[in-house]
Design a protein around this ligand. Structure first.
Ligand SMILES: *Cc1c(COP(=O)(O)O)cnc(C)c1O
Length: 398
């Protein structure tokens, strides 16, 4: 699908036509039968997307609201918690926990690197040896600030071996719905995501899955909570409602988006993201940009690359914007050093090829010495190779 301008940031993402139309529908009574049916449908769809039988709660909030909900519902001041942080969003989750008085032990990697499951296990061992076994582990699935996907299945296995009772609390905001993800199989207690990332919907609704182990913990957790009290949300959800007025329009949009997602199927969606990820990385590299993320853990929803020496981000981003392409800069310590291309949600390889063409033209206009005329072909080849591999894999299984 073609969009103008080409919005290639890691959320909000462009909306398919049917999602936009759904979002502009007339309001309904949020305590009436239409909304009740909608909430049931969306919740069931999300459970399939999360691959879980756990409750999925909808919150009217951005993703950060969901992270705060995770902290206040399942943790108490003074709780020893391991925070696995591989970038800005890991830092944000950590900061929310310390804000509420949680006793955080940080395991932070160098930006651009994924977490090592063996180190997670080792940190949990030393916390236990010091007499403060971790009550929970905070971990990011896909670190949007650096374009790195953590090996979450292996990390969860390490946590379960080392600290079977610890709650696994996951920021899944920019990966869920685009990347392979198994809430129940990986035994993840709480998983948060947001409508504006891979779910092809406008911002405004955050979604959180909660395991029975986590619900039990919520009964004794002592952090103050009111708007984000998930127990109230669970009670209301049983009668098809939310405790407070929900973002009805965003829910309409999310319902339409889930319909598109299920029509395409998660396997095809994962393959499409693998293809656009490979295309983006190959195209940028062929032009001469240096990729920032560890290639072994490069994300298929967002790609980070280094700005060449002497190139000013504001000038580069501005030049691309004038040419109809919107990409993202970086946050925190990476600001001015790294740029990011989002490729999640409603995105096809064609959109990436167009973005690469614009990046090439914009870079040349600014006198950045990129290699001319090779990016699009490299991207096409990389995308085809991924699709070919996927086909071969599915062929060998049947
Ligand atoms: C976008 C994002 C967030 C923050 O979500 P908001 O909706 O901006 O509050 C948190 N974590 C990750 C990994 C994200 O990609």
């Amino acid at each position: 699908m073609s969009h103008s301008p080409n919005l290639r940031i890691p959320g909000p993402t462009t909306l398919p036509e049917s999602v936009r139309a759904a979002g502009s529908r007339q309001m309904v009574n949020h305590r009436g039968p239409e909304f009740k049916a909608l909430l049931g449908r969306v919740t069931a769809g999300l459970q399939r997307g999360f691959r879980t039988r756990n409750d999925v709660i909808l919150l009217t909030a951005s993703g950060t609201g969901a992270l705060e909900a995770v902290v206040v519902n399942f943790l108490s001041p003074g709780d020893p918690v391991l925070a696995v942080s591989i970038g800005e969003f890991g830092e944000r989750f950590t900061t929310i926990a310390t804000t509420f008085g949680v006793d955080v032990t940080r395991y932070a990697t160098e930006p651009g690197r994924a977490a090592d499951p063996a180190v997670v296990a080792e940190r949990l061992r030393s916390m236990a040896a010091a007499g403060a076994p971790a009550r929970a582990v905070l971990v990011t699935h896909n670190e949007t600030s650096t374009g790195v996907t953590n090996p979450l299945a292996a990390i969860a296995t390490a946590i379960r071996q080392e600290s079977p009772e610890a709650l696994i609390l996951v920021d899944g905001i920019s990966g869920l719905g685009a990347l392979p993800f198994e809430t129940d199989e990986w035994d993840l207690d709480v998983v948060a995501t947001g409508s504006q990332k891979s779910w092809m919907s406008p911002p405004g609704v955050a979604m959180v899955s909660v395991s029975e182990r986590a619900w039990t913990a919520s009964e004794t957790a002592r952090s103050p909570r009111f708007y984000f009290d998930l127990r109230a949300a669970r009670r209301s959800a049983r009668s098809g409602e939310t405790p407070f007025t929900p973002a009805v329009g965003v829910c309409f949009a999310l319902d339409a988006a889930l319909e598109l997602i299920e029509a395409e199927g998660y396997e095809a969606i994962h393959a499409r993201h693998a293809a656009v990820g490979a295309a983006t990385r190959a195209g940028l590299q062929a032009m001469g940009f240096r990729l920032f993320a560890d290639p072994a853990h490069a994300s298929d929803t967002v790609t980070s690359a280094l700005l060449p020496d002497g190139v000013d981000w504001t000038a580069f981003g501005g030049e691309l914007r004038r040419r109809g392409l919107v990409i993202a800069g970086a946050q925190g310590t990476l600001a001015g050093k790294v740029f990011r291309v989002g490729h999640l949600g409603d995105v096809q390889v064609e959109d990436i090829l167009r973005a690469l063409e614009t990046i090439e033209a914009g870079a040349l206009a600014l006198g950045i010495p990129v290699t001319r005329g090779v990016a699009v072909e490299a991207a096409r080849v990389a995308a085809a190779a991924v699709s070919g591999r996927r086909l071969a894999m599915s062929g060998s299984r049947s």
